[in-house]
Ligand binder design. Sequence first.
Ligand SMILES: [Zn+2]
Length: 409
Amino acid sequence: MIIRGGTVVDTDPVAVRVADVLLNGGRIAAVGPDLPVPEETEVLDATGMLVLPGFVDTHRHTWQAGLRARRPDISLATYLEFVFGAVGPRYRPEDVHIGTLVGALECLDAGITTVVDWNHIQHTPDHTAAALDALERAGIRVVFGYCTREPDLATARRVLAATGGLVTMAIAPFGPEIVSEEAALREWRIAKELDLPVTVHMGGNGVESAERGLDFLRRNRLLGPRTSYAHGNHFTDEHLKAIADSGGALSVSPVVEMQLGFGAPVTSRAFAAGAPTGLGADTVINGPGDMFSLMRSAYAHARLDSDFTTRDALRAATVEGAKAAALDGVGTLAAGSHADLVLLRTDLPGVAPVHDAVGSVVLAMDTRAVDTVLVGGRIVKRHGRLLAENVATLLTELEESVERVTATA
Ligand SMILES: [Zn+2]
């Protein structure tokens, strides 16, 4: 397939030019003006559109899609009680399935082609299987976070064996700020044993907790690469530098962090420390699920105390996010990368005219502009519509599931 005549916005480094994108075998073969077209190549006309690498969401509890805006104005304590006390225990495998499926389709619809699914609803192996099945069915690239209160190597190994194709795996520890040091050590041991990346909530629970958590990692020599720290609000600049030096990364969920009172998003400080920094929706219970909202809020907040640019915001949503997700070949349009692409319309009120493509993406666009989405060279959204699923039926199914789950909440 060749994507013809669009304005190509690459991310590493950020560069804008009119060019074609030639795809082959699910990968990007070449990017350039007037590329010769091999015979029998499908042509996708991108005239008047921006062509970008798909967005990377580095932290999302995808299963919560049915709880969207259910608790818009809550505190962290109420959020935790709602999720883990009231509704979470009521989720059956089929509830996890429909929630995760709609959550993943919501990502694709919004141009998010990769998601780090922080899956903390794995009550039983059937719940895990339901989540994995939903993610595969959606056709999104995913880093599936294995997370349970009682993690064990044999189960983790079985989950790993169930991944493949677009689905890879990470260990999602509760970590030293939430569980005991002994339990946290067990979580990291599994990651080491299976040679998997780690994605952990840390640094968002106050200054002392952040200090204690980082000290734990240092003492146990667990501060290392392929580790992403979600939130990190209370890490000091010195902590962030240590994370950067260790090859670790940050995942910022700007809206939810500010809204739940975690603290100031760490975006500008993490960039300054040289740590790869991605963005995440975290939860749609009390925040938006699309990358435009996340870029905009991270950008606006970061500008309070830095010269953070729209280019930085775009990088956070793409190539920096890919680093935080510990994925190669994602988040840029470099030859050899996965053909995960998004085509954005510019002929819309509120978007046109486009003077600065990156500025327009970060400041002016929303999900409405997402015309076409490809994952691994496969079209999943075209002309503004998801192709794979009967979305209306799925939304009805989701509402039925959530009605039961939230009956007493
Ligand atoms: Zn989270």
